[in-house]
Ligand binder design. Structure first.
Ligand code: PTT
Ligand code: SF4
Length: 610
């Protein structure tokens, strides 16, 4: 096989053993890489009902056949596991030198099981792997620990690691890297902590095996050149994802006061334009020429790398309109290894619970010091943080008193930063995302608003959600490159089949890549259904209650809210188009069509297939 290394690394932390293993060509041809590899391995090897924080759970770091080649934005990898936050499939995508080094060490993925007796880290270098002692790293924040590891292993080492939040198994802990990259929102950091695993360090010097190296090199050069020529390049370089703040404010979708509102009086103070004047440097992922991590000095004089999601969930959503203070909370999350979206949502939830006198906590909207204290408590799972660190769904169940009405999540994963009171298409995207409420798979909100039909529930919206899920959640997560060249600058999708062919020698088309996306989606859905059994229902594909029950009270869209009956019809249209039944489960015919017949037979042991 060219393009792929054809080997993965198995690590059993309980036994202290590592082993390199060739994987089947079927895994590569049917599932390609990244998310595709992750779900197939979890489906085949994880016993249903496994406690996500037990040694038996699997933690997977997976790259794809484009990762690491000198191609636009190819320095990314997927981290996946059964999620302790949702109980279903969970993954995330992190940009890091570790992805490139992992590939150049001669493997495509690492599969970790067991639990180390003592705090440990994994060291991988060109065909060898060792589990090493991490006693002196345990307890350190992620920045300090990564610096320590780089002092020992060199600046070129690629490191992914957890902070105290992962160590303490906060269910909203993520995996972090490079002081400003993070991935694995649905508690992948907690899974890593439950394994007593502080970090993975990769060194790699091997040449990646391309099918047609000179063609790949040429295509890579042309691709980078094409990106530089895109109209939006200059603006993107100035603002990155932060331009979305102003756009969301304009369209009443800015998450504000725990997603109660879509406009924030102090939006200007946390906008991309405000940030532009504060930027001191930019950082980003390897192999990228559109670096988008904008770094500013926070309120305590330290560096903090900003993104739209981070700034709004730790800003407008908690009522804080001071960008340097928001940056401080953002930096804290990166150091502690807390997902900024879920952490912001948990703080906002706590502020609202306190306002409604459902919890005894002295905190108000915009309370910076209160938010700081709460983030530290969540990361250490102490005080109110012990409840909030379980995620807002579980916290609402514990608190009671109607708190579930303002817990902003789908399937237990907190919503990323879009208030969808008048965006049924985006609500469907959150509802049907394969990991819980994340925008990453189908960010249809911009398309939906630009059509001028945002209030409609027409089936065209289900088509668009599926189209985006195929591209973003399917193709990009399996090839494993960053999707920003395409979605932000309009870098044409046709490049990717060409890259794939030059890397692997396998001819493909966009249609085949969409079919891959559908296959991966069907198997992820099967994974959820196998875990939940009779508790599975279409209600799990509903967006948060708040957007149905509580109209916006401010801004030009005052009075807007989602409609349950209409949403349900839109959801049915989505199921019909996907070939899933009215419970949202892929039918046998659909699974056969997607070359998943053996997987369908396995699923039929748990639920009646239509
Ligand atoms: C992603 C989610 C996002 S989505 C953001 S900002 W975004 C938050 N970033 C966090 C952070 O930072 N620190 C932290 N402690 N928690 C964070 N949680 C949030 O996590 C990121 C970019 C971004 S910035 C996005 S959209 C794109 N995401 C991609 C993706 O998912 N797939 C892909 N093939 N390409 C992508 N390109 C873009 O990458 P999750 P990163 Mg992220 C600090 O992981 O779990 O998917 O959640 O990876 O390297 O930080 O780059 O407005
Ligand atoms: Fe990373 Fe941003 Fe470049 Fe994507 S565009 S690879 S997220 S730096």
């Amino acid at each position: 096989m060219k393009g792929w290394n054809g080997r993965l690394l198995r690590v059993d932390l309980t036994k202290g053993k590592t082993a390199f293993q060739e994987y089947s060509s079927d895994l590569a041809t049917r599932f390609v890489g990244g998310r595709g590899f992750a779900v197939k391995l979890l489906w085949d090897e994880l016993t249903p009902g496994t406690n996500p924080l037990s040694p038996e759970n699997m933690l997977i770091f997976a790259t794809g056949p484009l990762t690491g080649f000198i191609l636009p934005n190819s320095g990314k990898m997927v981290v996946a596991s059964k999620s302790p936050l949702t109980g279903g499939y969970g993954d995330g995508n992190v940009g890091t030198q570790a992805s490139v080094n992992l590939r150049r060490s001669g493997i495509d993925a690492v599969v970790i099981t067991g639990r180390a007796e003592r705090p440990s880290y994994l060291f991988v270098e060109d065909g060898r792997a060792e589990i090493r002692d991490a006693a002196d790293l345990w307890g350190l924040d992620a920045f300090k620990a990564e610096r320590r590891l780089k002092e020992e292993h060199g600046r070129e080492a690629g490191v992914v690691l957890i902070g105290p939040a992962g160590e303490n198994q906060a269910r909203i802990a993520t995996v972090v890297s490079q002081e400003g990259r993070a991935g694995g929102r649905p508690g992948m950091g907690a899974v890593m902590g439950s394994k007593n695993l502080k970090a993975l360090v990769f060194h790699g010097t091997r040449e990646l095996p391309a099918a047609d190296p000179s063609r790949l090199k040429e295509l890579g050069r042309e691709g980078y050149q094409a990106i530089l020529g895109k109209d939006r390049y200059g603006f993107w370089k100035r603002q990155g994802t932060m331009a979305t703040v102003e756009w969301c404010q304009e369209h009443s979708t800015l998450p504000t006061y725990n997603c109660r509102e879509g406009v924030f009086d102090e939006a200007d103070a946390i906008s991309g334009t405000t940030m532009e004047k504060m930027v001191i440097k930019q950082r980003g992922c390897p192999n990228c020429n559109m670096i988008c991590g904008n770094v500013i000095e926070d309120s305590e004089g330290r560096e903090s790398e900003l993104d739209y999601e981070n700034v709004t969930m730790l800003g407008s959503d908690i009522g804080l309109g001071d960008l340097r203070k928001v940056a401080t909370l953002n930096r804290m999350c990166d150091e502690l290894g807390l997902d900024t979206i879920s952490a912001g949502s948990a703080v906002a939830f706590a502020m609202e619970a306190a306002e409604k006198k459902l919890i005894d906590l002295d905190i108000g909207w915009g309370d910076f010091d209160g938010a700081k204290a709460l983030l530290a408590d969540i990361a250490h799972m102490r005080g109110h943080g012990a409840t909030l660190g379980l995620g807002v769904k579980a916290a609402a169940e514990k608190i009671g008193g109607g708190a579930d009405g303002f817990a902003i999540h789908v399937k237990g994963l907190e919503c990323s930063a879009y208030a969808c009171h008048l965006c049924p298409g985006m609500a469907l995207s959150f509802g049907t995302s394969p990991i819980g409420a994340h925008h990453k798979d189908a960010w249809v909100i911009s398309w939906e608003i630009s059509t001028g039909k945002r209030a409609e529930y027409n089936p065209e919206k289900a088509d668009k959600v599926i189209e985006f899920q195929r591209i973003r959640g399917g193709m990009f997560e399996a090839l494993v490159t960053c999707r920003f060249p395409w979605i932000e600058l309009g870098f044409e999708l046709d490049w990717y089949p060409k890259y794939f062919e030059a890397a692997t020698g396998v001819k493909t088309s966009l249609d085949e890549l969409w079919a891959l996306g559908d296959r991966v989606y069907a198997l992820i859905r099967a994974f959820w259904v196998r875990e939940f059994g009779d508790d599975w229902s279409r209600q799990m594909d509903y967006p948060p209650k708040r957007w149905f029950d509580e109209p916006l009270t401010k801004g030009p869209l005052k009075g807007s809210h989602l409609d349950r009956d209409k949403y349900d019809k839109l959801l049915q249209a989505y199921y019909d188009k996907r070939g899933w039944d009215d419970r949202g489960i892929p039918t046998k015919a659909t699974m056969d069509r997607l070359n998943l017949s053996a997987e369908a037979a396995e699923l039929a042991k748990y639920v009646k297939l239509n």
